[in-house]
Design a protein around this ligand. Structure first.
Ligand code: SF4
Length: 478
């Protein structure tokens, strides 16, 4: 007999709200609530998914069951994965939940009321407390412009459906046309209160690297070909948009000057780094300086609230474009090769998103910068034509050496240590792929296993190091 209280216990232990768990499983928070109150039972498919997401055995949910541990390498369940369109998102930085989410909420709401001549927005919870530093107000004004907007921050109200809640009102000649409460639930995803949640469809059956690798080996296809099979033939048109925006972010970031917003006084450095060539500079130093300049360029655009592509998040958006842009210019690669690499990288990012997390607030910076590094390593592996085993090893190395990395940005701004961290991770990705290409026969740890370990490490991490501004570098006052 299933015990709803145990579902609640393991959900809370894993750090999920009912809303977040529902979103992960592709169901509503009300369904989760009903299971926990014993008002309904999960289907067999949802029970298996629950076991995987919470990292316990199916029996653990029985009244007389014990916890056990789901075996990530076994790949016995097949919950599948969402489309990479849900991973690579174009939007304004610096934070997917604080800027891309509110931006999408405003766009959707404004689209419903084209006759509105003004808007009023109230931010609650974390959006109100850290929204100023993240530029949430600025993004809302830019998104709804040229119509006037009043933005109010309510840091007092606590009875909220989600920590990131906002209320948007559409006005016409001073009268209220409509009002909506919207939750920014992470990764740029939004939920309008009282409306049916838009649950992204699962496009693939497989959700472990071992299952995907087995299929690719059997069918003699590369990882990017697997992605095209699951996403559809038109997927490269989408990736092309992604790549064009990544290049635009680098080019514009290299032109940027001055101090980044937020009050820390952090100067943009990409332009200087890019132009600081020594007359006798070695090829190694040139490569390091140039790749880092590209990573700075995108990360500074993100910190300035400009448009970037989440890869997999806003804070880690500089790593993947930096290594790809450098390789394309150096080896004069066609865009088609880059798009294949982007598909491969996205697959790795999606595996992490599905089986662990890509939220620094949930599992620390290891899942943002560590994931971006793994994606970049996999992308380089594809560009170099490496085997499946070597690509897996490169991504595994990239994650392994980010395990435990904390999220502690100073003043909650995605600037220190985030910007430099993108540059360091870009170079680490190059290192990981180089090691993997020589040493892959000696590897002991699978990509699935290290992703599972990253999740466990993140859940064990002290909350002070998960984007709360309470520990680590975040305690420094500049
Ligand atoms: S320190 Fe936190 S905010 Fe900065 S990149 Fe890492 S996860 Fe993102």
């Amino acid at each position: 007999m299933l015990d709803g209280d145990k579902i609640r216990k393991y959900r809370e232990k894993a750090g999920f709200t009912q809303l977040a768990l529902g979103a992960r499983l592709g169901i509503s928070d009300r369904a989760v609530s009903k299971w926990e109150r014993g008002l309904s039972l999960p289907s067999a498919e949802n029970l298996l998914a629950l076991s995987r997401v919470l990292g316990v055995s199916v029996d653990a949910f029985r009244a007389d069951g014990d916890e056990g541990t789901a075996a990530p390498d076994a790949g016995v369940t097949a919950c599948g994965m969402e489309s990479l369109r849900e991973l690579y998102k174009l939007g304004r930085g610096p934070s997917s939940s604080h800027t891309i989410g509110p931006e999408r909420a405003c766009l959707r709401f404004a689209g419903r009321y084209p006759t509105a001549d003004a808007f009023a927005v109230t931010l609650y919870g974390s959006l109100a407390k850290t929204g100023k530093g993240h530029g949430t107000e600025e993004v809302i004004r830019k998104t709804l412009s040229p119509r006037p907007v009043t933005v109010r921050l309510d840091t007092v109200k606590t009875d909220l459906p989600h920590p990131n809640t906002m209320e948007i009102s559409a006005l016409r000649e001073g009268a209220l046309l409509a009002r909506a409460r919207v939750m920014s639930v992470g990764g740029g995803s939004i939920v309008f209160e009282g409306e049916r949640e838009e649950v992204p469809p699962r496009v693939s059956r497989e959700d472990t690297f071992s299952a995907i690798a087995t299929l690719c080996a059997r069918e003699d296809i590369r990882l990017w070909e697997y992605v095209v099979r699951t996403e559809g033939e038109d997927f490269f048109a989408f990736l092309s948009t992604v790549w064009e925006q990544m290049k635009r972010s680098i080019r514009e970031g290299l032109q940027g000057e001055g101090v980044l917003p937020g009050g820390l006084g952090v100067e943009r450095k990409a332009r200087t780094l890019y132009a600081s060539q020594h007359i006798d500079e070695s090829p190694e130093v040139y490569e390091n300086r140039t790749v880092c300049a590209y990573a700075f360029a995108v990360s500074e655009q993100n910190a300035a609230g400009e448009t970037i592509v989440t890869a997999p998040t806003c804070g880690a958006a500089g790593v993947l474009p930096a290594v790809l842009y450098y390789e394309q210019k150096k080896r004069r690669l066609p865009d088609e090769a880059i798009l294949r690499a982007l598909a491969t990288a996205g697959l790795v990012g999606n595996l992490i998103k599905t089986n662990a997390s890509i939220s620094g607030a949930e599992c620390g910076c290891q899942v943002e910068i560590g994931s971006a590094c793994a994606m970049a390593a996999a992308a380089l592996g594809e560009l170099y034509g490496l085997s499946l085993d070597k690509i897996e090893y490169a991504a595994e190395i990239a994650i392994e050496h980010h395990l435990g990395l904390t999220c502690d940005p100073i003043c909650g701004l995605v600037q220190i240590p985030c910007i430099e961290r993108n540059a360091v991770a870009a170079m680490r990705a190059k290192n990981a792929v180089s090691l993997a290409s020589f040493l892959y026969e000696t590897r002991k740890i699978s990509l699935d296993r290290v992703i599972h370990t990253m999740k466990e490490t993140g859940l064990d991490m002290n909350a002070a190091y998960k984007e709360t501004s309470e520990g680590g570098l975040a305690r420094i006052r500049l």
